[in-house]
Design a protein around this ligand. Structure first.
Ligand SMILES: Nc1ncnc2c1ncn2[C@@H]1O[C@H](COP(=O)(O)OP(=O)(O)OP(=O)(O)O)[C@@H](O)[C@H]1O
Ligand SMILES: [Mg+2]
Length: 354
């Protein structure tokens, strides 16, 4: 048999604080294909802490093992990610130089930005673009540092689930990768992933990431508020949130306590997003953010997109990570239902099969 690389497949694995997501993809003859996918929830809350750190490694590895087993997929060529929350990322500028010198220069810069000893950190960097400052050409670089202990803990947890990843990326970079086709080069786009514990804001201009920030307001805040108002347990409140809650755009006399409390959380989230936009605009002398793309499970909250568009005065779309990808799966409806949660996992696998 000849191989033209068309059978090359990869698995994207995203361990979130709410659920683990897995997407199996392969190179197609024209477009990459999704062959299968799976989502598994943690049986108990708190296996992964809200800051993304693994608290109960056994519970997490059991869920991952079970996910591969039930999906009937072998964990080979796995690409995974750490949560952006566990990463120190900084944008830095370094004068133009050869690649072999760049690493040393970045390390030198990192010492000034990273509040830990560098030998306790895994350090990595991405060349984003070239910029000119005071007439001098510079590399614009994203510096990415993870504490060695956090990465080690994560890798051990995966190892106990018989998973040895080829690559460990960062979730927000995977999300951006998966939505690359939706980013118009002439626009300033904000990609906002709203998960269970945190919301990650990324601003991209001319195809280059310019700003990233995490906010600790997301789906769990809404569930917890519903639990308090209606005196329900977590699962019941989740059910109300996903089935019944609609974010109301105006203060309405018909509003009940749940709508009010949900709206006040989303208002707070919107004002944090606005604050990030204002900071970005001031830093980059920018007037407009043209478009917001939403991903993550909480992006499915009914009417959230309309509410944010009104509140922020920016066009808002739910992201479509299937653009340019063939869904070669048996359960297309289920895939579509969970696409927004699967965005990062798709972006991870995509890197290997493009
Ligand atoms: N239809 C829906 N309406 C509202 N919220 C939803 C819906 N479906 C899922 N969610 C919420 O989405 C969240 C899970 O999303 P996601 O899988 O992106 O989170 P995660 O990646 O595990 O979390 P994080 O990124 O914060 O670690 C949960 O809070 C869940 O309740
Ligand atoms: Mg997530």
């Amino acid at each position: 048999m000849f191989s033209f690389g068309s059978s090359k497949s990869a698995i994207g694995l995203d361990v979130g604080t709410y659920s683990v997501k897995m997407v199996h993809m392969k190179k197609g003859s024209a477009e990459p294909q999704i062959l299968s996918f799976g989502i598994a929830h943690f049986p108990n809350e708190g296996a992964v802490a809200s800051d993304g750190q693994i608290v109960d490694p056994n519970a997490v590895s059991e869920v991952i093992k079970e996910l591969f087993k039930s999906s009937k997929v072998k964990p080979t060529n796995v690409v995974t990610c750490l949560s952006n929350q566990n990463i120190i990322s900084r944008f830095i500028k370094v004068p133009m130089m050869a690649d072999n010198e760049l690493e040393e220069a970045v390390k030198y810069e990192a010492e000034q930005y990273v509040p830990y000893a560098l030998d306790e950190m895994n350090l990595s960097f991405y060349k984003l673009s070239q910029v000119e400052e005071d007439g001098i050409a510079q590399h614009f670089i994203l510096l990415v540092c993870a504490q060695k202990d956090i990465l080690k803990n994560f890798l051990n947890t995966l190892k106990n689930a018989a998973v040895t990843p080829q690559v460990v990326d960062v979730d927000n970079l995977a999300i951006i990768n998966s939505l690359e086709k939706a980013i118009r080069p002439d626009e300033v786009t904000a990609i906002i992933d709203i998960g269970a514990s945190s919301t990650n804001i990324n601003i991209i201009k001319e195809g280059v990431l310019k700003f990233t920030r995490n906010i600790l307001i997301a789906g769990n805040n809404i569930t917890n508020a519903i639990m308090n108002v209606l005196k329900l347990d977590f699962a019941q409140a989740e059910n109300i949130k996903t089935e019944e809650v609609v974010v109301s755009t105006s203060e309405d006399s018909e509003d009940n306590d749940v709508s009010e409390v949900v709206r006040s959380i989303i208002e707070e989230l919107a004002s944090e997003i606005r604050r990030s936009f204002d900071y970005y605009k001031a830093q980059h002398r920018e007037h407009t953010i043209n478009r917001i793309l939403l991903s993550g499970g909480t992006a499915k909250l009914k009417n959230l997109d309309v509410f944010l568009a009104n509140e922020l005065g920016v066009e808002v779309e739910k992201a479509n990570p299937l653009e340019g990808i063939v869904a070669n799966v048996a359960n297309v409806d289920q895939l579509n239902e969970h696409l927004l949660e699967l965005t990062a996992a798709i972006g991870l696998a995509l890197r290997e099969v493009m």
